[in-house]
Design a protein around this ligand. Structure first.
Ligand SMILES: *Cc1c(COP(=O)(O)O)cnc(C)c1O
Length: 399
């Protein structure tokens, strides 16, 4: 059982943690799940790689999420053990025969493929109830921070060939694509749906399901994207015009937008220097994604002293070093901290619920798996308001 605390201050007073701690806010996870269930015109799958903590899986399930996008035997095991009734979709387009057989045995029926060779490989280890989910690559420039169509996804020609082969083998294929993670332009989803419909038509293969993937944004400090409701509006309209008339159902598989707000990271200042802080976590730990996302992923943060009171000094930009002995272990942006921040203080980085704990390595033996539950929203100052408004009308907020 994980400890649960009304506020982060109370947690610090009770535990004075020396190692980094991932704080989960189940009430925010539940709210994000509800947003998708109410707003998206189809099933919502959770992309498990964002956060596979059992409490996260269970909270989403309790709120009505029944489908899970998994990509490895470990993720399959985690979902199967935590949520025995869950439907799993193996949406990794390059799998080993052993992984395919294991997934089939554990009840997985949907398998992503992006070429005829993978389709044959999956078909060899499964049965007639298998549903090939053919992944289409979406052209670059669709408004996302990360491109997810360079490594996976079929070109139009290969897509048509794979769909045709699947139909010839007697399968009823489905289709998927991914517009790229942290997609800032809802129009990318319409573009993807339009491409998928046109190409399935050219292939002459009827599909019943198109999974529009993930990519829905979280609202980091510099994010300029329309609110989530606008994504749902664009997709609902595209569905009404393009897919519903053909009897095609939709699904989506968000990761980031479902869980980013549900987690923060509490780190400790190991050493304050005049122009820098050494922290007990960094880009090889829970803050790995900031290395890749750079300024796009500027995190809301606040400083709390060891007695639980907030630091409120004038903001000052400091270099933030991580704990390993590696010279590269420094955050990609200076952190703006109150100038009265001292050794022993805590910094809470918000919006770490997606791609936080999951990406952490154990370099220098410094991985921390500690988790605690916090029952209230992040902050109670500017940042909370920024995040709150971010869901509706995002804007840049500076501490
Ligand atoms: C990572 C991933 C997702 C989730 O993407 P987000 O941008 O976090 O929503 C969904 N589907 C697949 C296949 C993925 O690899």
């Amino acid at each position: 059982m994980i400890g649960s605390y009304p506020t982060v201050a109370r947690f610090i007073q009770a535990e004075a943690p020396d190692a980094p701690v991932h704080l989960l806010r189940p009430h925010r996870l539940a709210r994000a799940a509800r947003d998708f269930i109410d707003g998206f015109p189809g099933d919502t799958l959770f992309a498990v790689k964002c956060n596979a903590h059992p409490l996260v899986l269970r909270t989403l399930w309790d709120e009505g999420i029944r489908h899970f996008d998994v990509a490895s035997p470990v993720e399959i095991g985690r979902v199967a053990e935590t949520l025995p009734g869950a439907a799993m979709f193996y949406h990794h387009p390059a799998k080993t025969p052993g992984q395919i057989a294991l997934a089939w045995d554990r009840g997985v029926r949907h398998f992503a493929v992006d070429c005829p060779a993978e389709l044959e490989k999956v078909a060899d280890r499964t049965g007639p109830a298998m549903v090939p989910v053919v992944r289409l690559a979406i052209p670059k420039g669709s408004g996302a921070v990360y491109d997810l169509s360079t490594k996976f996804g079929a070109t139009p020609e290969v897509f048509i060939a794979t769909l045709g082969r699947a139909a010839a083998m007697g399968f009823r294929p489905a289709v998927t694509f991914h517009v790229g993670s942290q997609c800032l332009d809802p129009a990318a989803f319409r573009l993807g749906l339009g491409m998928a419909v046109e190409l399935t038509g050219r292939a002459g293969v009827a599909v019943e399901l198109i999974d529009v993937g993930g990519g829905f944004p979280a609202y980091y400090r510099a994010t300029r994207a329309p609110p989530l409701a606008e994504y749902f509006r664009v997709i609902r309209q595209a569905h009404a015009e393009l897919t519903a008339p053909l009897g095609i159902r939709l699904a989506c598989e968000p990761g980031r937008a479902l869980v980013a707000e549900g987690g923060s990271l509490l780190v400790r200042v190991v050493l304050r220097k005049p122009d820098a802080v050494h922290l007990n976590d960094g880009i090889f730990g829970g803050l790995t994604e900031t290395y890749w996302g750079k300024d796009e992923l500027l995190l809301p943060l606040r400083v709390i002293s060891a007695d639980g009171s907030p630091r409120t000094g004038a903001p000052r930009d400091l270099t933030a070093y991580g704990p390993t002995c590696d010279g590269n272990d420094v955050l990609p942006w200076p952190v703006s901290l109150p100038d009265d921040t001292v050794t022993g203080d805590y910094i809470e980085f918000n919006l770490i619920g997606a791609y936080g704990r999951e990406m952490a390595a154990s370099y220098n033996g410094m991985r921390s798996d500690a988790v605690a539950v916090i029952e209230t929203d992040f902050a109670g100052h500017l940042c909370a308001e920024a995040m709150e408004s971010g869901r509706r009308t995002p804007r840049l907020e500076v501490l």
